[in-house]
Design a protein around this ligand. Structure first.
Ligand code: BG6
Ligand code: MG
Length: 218
């Protein structure tokens, strides 16, 4: 029986995945690295420094910067990203997600957050959803980011639930891989081809309801 939900944030609860993408695209342009949709999708769910490494690698520039320079580039991206986050309001919650979270609470499911983002508490505050997520995995505590299962394993541990009693909710292929490797049930939101490894896929957030999930669980 499912007793808990472990949530990704960016691209699941709110469309910050677009803001992350725009900020990385800007940085890639400034470094002379060609941007592509494929590169952008591959960055979803990936930590800040790992994302920078992927961008540098895509441009064949992985050996062009010192660690200190890389820290500066990542900080520059984050400054641009945070400026956009600070404009957010509860209107930026993705369609249906507030109702879904309310229905989970009303039905006694436990919730935790498994976002790779160090800005997650700030984003939840802007959305006025902090109350829903007293349990947040600290991404700074992780040895490895998604697709490694660690973040989803910790998300279930925070709920004191075995992984098979948890549904992990993701928009990124790397995140679905992490959920599966953690032994949780994976719910993907987005393109069914991109998220083909998920146990169930919904095309968009408005379709993610307890009734629809129960149908898919059979
Ligand atoms: C993930 C996003 O949730 O968090 C990534 O999908 C982002 O795009 C990552 O790079 C890290 O976020 P932050 O806010 O710590 O730079
Ligand atoms: Mg995401």
């Amino acid at each position: 029986d499912i007793k808990g939900f472990v949530f990704d944030l960016d691209g699941v609860i709110t469309d910050t995945s677009i803001l992350h993408g725009t900020a990385w695209h800007q940085l890639a342009d400034s470094l002379g690295v060609a941007w592509s949709e494929e590169l952008g999708n591959g960055l979803k769910g990936i930590s800040r420094m790992d994302s920078l490494e992927m961008i540098l690698k895509a441009g064949g520039k992985e050996n062009d910067y010192t660690e200190a320079e890389k820290e500066k580039l990542a900080a520059q991206k984050n400054t641009n990203y945070v400026a956009e986050v600070d404009k957010m309001t509860p209107a930026n919650i993705l369609p249906g997600m507030k109702d879904f979270l309310d229905s989970l609470r009303a039905n006694g499911y436990q919730l935790s957050l498994a976002s790779a983002s160090k800005n997650a508490p700030r984003v939840l505050g802007k959305l006025q959803l902090a109350d829903y997520f007293p349990k947040i995995v600290d991404p700074a505590s992780l040895k490895k980011g998604k697709p490694d299962p660690e973040i989803y394993t910790k998300g279930a541990e925070l709920l004191n639930l075995p992984p098979e009693q948890c549904i992990g909710v993701e928009d990124a292929a790397a995140g679905v891989a992490a959920i599966n490797a953690a032994g949780e049930v994976s719910l993907g939101i987005g393109d069914a081809t991109e998220l083909g490894a998920a146990d169930m896929v919904f095309a968009d957030t408005s379709l993610v309801t307890l009734a629809n999930i129960e149908k898919k669980l059979g």
